[in-house]
Design a protein around this ligand. Sequence first.
Ligand SMILES: N[C@@H]1[C@@H](O)[C@H](O)[C@@H](COP(=O)(O)O)O[C@@H]1O
Length: 260
Amino acid sequence: MEIVIVADRAAVGEVAAGAIADLVAGTPRALLGVATGSSPLPVYTALARRVAAGELDVSELRICQLDEYVGLPPGHPESYRAVIEREVLTPLGLTQDSFLGPDGAADDLPAACAAYERELREAGGVDLQLLGIGSDGHIGFNEPCSSFSSRTRVKTLTHRTRLDNARFFGSLDEVPLHVLTQGIATISDARHLVLVASGEAKAEAIALTVEGPLAAVTPASALQLHPHATVIVDEAAASRLKHADYFRATYAAKPSWQKL
Ligand SMILES: N[C@@H]1[C@@H](O)[C@H](O)[C@@H](COP(=O)(O)O)O[C@@H]1O
């Protein structure tokens, strides 16, 4: 696992966008897994800026979604499909044609989960999966104690996650209780995992992810098992890392030929 510590949220976005730009330069039709939440927004802003400046061509890029609420009516502004369209597809000039996501409005949810697993496989697998992290260490919607071998399935949100996400809805009651999410094994199939976090509220989850024991109670600790995982954090999110100085020195001495 490589840990990159930078000054602030905007710098987190620039470094992660650089990794995506490097991928697209070599593989224009790459499959990019995107995440919702506030953490990845600076990444999308940095990508959109590069596209607008003519520095990056994403016209062939394909996008896929990590997770989705169950039961929101189609077109609900907080469905993750709508969020990704608003925050990723439109700013990058992409359409729903280049987008894969699980169907949270399906009558048969297990079948929708199996169909999404199949779609990801048939698309050739995810090249780079961008991840945020919940304050309880969840990735996607894999709440604490999710199995490391889990595939896409229905999960129940914890009270804490529903409280965290209530800011996007009118009230806590409007936050769905159930979701579909890529499992931890599904996420780990991606060839490169890039987790971004900023702010003090994520410091404990980041310390447990990077330096804590491998434990289902911290779902993001599964990144420790991945052959190519990068964690990009700002100083506040890094503030509880015991090995921060080593991580800084390692990144500062990174050979120029070596990409993230
Ligand atoms: N399912 C999403 C996660 O993918 C995201 O990482 C998390 C953190 O969001 P934020 O970055 O806003 O703290 O929110 C939701 O639970």
